[in-house]
Design a protein around this ligand. Sequence first.
Ligand code: HEC
Length: 123
Amino acid sequence: MMNILNHRFRDWRKSLWAVASFFLFSFQASAQSTFDVSILAGTCANCHGTDGRATGAIPSLAGRPASTLEALLRAYKSDSPPPGTTVMNRLAKGYSDEELAALARHFAGIPAVVSSSAQGVKK
Ligand code: HEC
């Protein structure tokens, strides 16, 4: 009798584990592959200006080649960031390579200057 119970209990635990790990792994997979780049990019605006168009001393990001931006971000994330780096070395480490590439493409796709014809148009 004890044997049967034990056996059943183990089976039950096994299936529970199977169900739990299914959800755990599918959640991890979706968390890694889907992110909203505009939400990630919102953080950058605090320092690099709205849409990456800076008005102060911090460089603009908008309209610069994606390859340049990605190279800079990867350099910041690396173990030997460019000399003089103050914040970006710590910041870049918080993003996956995939996210950095997406951020680079995002800012590259924004025109560097707001075109005067677009400014007057109400959408
Ligand atoms: C807390 C302020 C701050 C935030 C937030 C921030 N940056 Fe920066 N960023 C800087 C500063 C300051 C520099 C100059 C390098 C340094 O001192 O680290 C810089 C430099 C850069 C450069 C290199 C520009 C160049 O021409 O050398 C890139 C690319 C960049 N940041 C991208 C981003 C992205 C993408 C984000 C959002 C994920 C972001 N930054 C968020 C402050 C910030």
